[in-house]
Design a protein around this ligand. Structure first.
Ligand SMILES: Nc1ncnc2c1ncn2[C@@H]1O[C@H](COP(=O)(O)OP(=O)(O)OP(=O)(O)O)[C@@H](O)[C@H]1O
Ligand SMILES: [Mg+2]
Length: 266
């Protein structure tokens, strides 16, 4: 096994020297093995999305380093990182062009990494896209000319997953990507997610608030609290883990929640 992503002593404070000062990442270190699929838990404001934004280069950290597949990307521009990192968010509107067809979006994602030239879908690509869409089991292979914006939230997240992974990224980041879907669709998209990650042997991080999802998907679960890593549950320990037990660990670790009287009194 080799380390695919190494987060080393990462810190980020928003609005320092103001009353709104927020420590979002606090000396956070994390090594992710190649092919590992990690679920990430943490209460609101724990720093989960900030960690993703740091990896994506949306801001520079105050301190620390980010190494991806052996490259120190800490100071790389965000567009340069985007060629190697696939990401998906809660909002199905983000990340794809709503007026472009499914096929065009796939072609864009497919060629974006290969060349900067204007993309054109040739017949071979088209057949490949159809094949990929068929693996989703949603019938989208027969709707390749449909604009993305006309799909339901679940169909769109599933298609977006293909777009985020078609160029075999070095890292896949999923930020509550099924949170806006109904439970049945959410389960379906999660199943597709696990299938795509396994088939492509991707290294993936998935943020979720669902404790059941956190233990049933991937092979390791971590928890952030106040910008720090407070729980790291590997394969062996996860084998006997239940959502109930995880909830207890969660409550014990989320110290600031327990010490916040305003929250306890609700
Ligand atoms: N651009 C920003 N400017 C100022 N503060 C920010 C910014 N981004 C995040 N924060 C703050 O950093 C902290 C961590 O936020 P973050 O979005 O990472 O939390 P999260 O764990 O993703 O929470 P949630 O589960 O609600 O999505 C919060 O206190 C948040 O208000
Ligand atoms: Mg978040």
């Amino acid at each position: 096994m080799s380390v695919q992503l190494s987060i080393q002593h990462l810190s980020k404070c928003f609005e320092p020297n103001t009353p709104n000062r927020r420590v979002a990442l606090d000396d956070l270190s994390l090594d992710v093995e190649r092919g590992e699929f990690i679920t990430i838990l943490g209460s609101n404001g724990a720093g989960k999305s900030t960690l993703f934004n740091a990896i994506l280069g949306k801001f520079l950290p105050d301190k620390g380093r980010i190494i991806l597949d052996g490259d120190d990307i800490t100071y790389w521009k965000d567009y340069k990182r985007a060629a190697h990192i696939g990401c998906l968010y809660q909002n199905p509107q983000w990340g794809t062009a709503p007026n472009m067809t499914i096929e065009e979006n796939l072609a864009l994602a497919y060629t974006r990494h290969a060349s900067k030239s204007f993309f054109a879908v040739n017949r071979r690509d088209s057949a490949y896209f159809r094949e990929l869409l068929a693996t989703l089991g949603l019938g989208l292979e027969n709707r390749m000319k449909t604009p993305m914006g006309m799909l339901s939230g679940g169909q769109r997240q599933a298609a977006s997953l293909l777009m985020a992974t078609i160029a075999k990224p070095k890292l896949l980041l999923l930020d509550e990507h099924t949170a806006a879907l109904d439970p049945v669709t959410s389960r379906q998209v999660l199943k597709i997610t696990a299938q795509i990650i396994a088939q492509n042997n991707l290294t993936a991080l998935m943020i979720t608030h669902d404790l059941h999802q956190a233990v049933s998907f991937g092979n390791r679960t971590i928890m952030l609290d106040a910008g720090r890593l407070v729980l790291d549950i590997g394969a062996d320990e996860r084998a006997g883990m239940t959502p109930r037990r995880l909830a207890d660990l969660f409550a014990a670790k989320a110290k600031h929640l327990l010490s916040d009287r305003s929250l306890l009194s609700v």
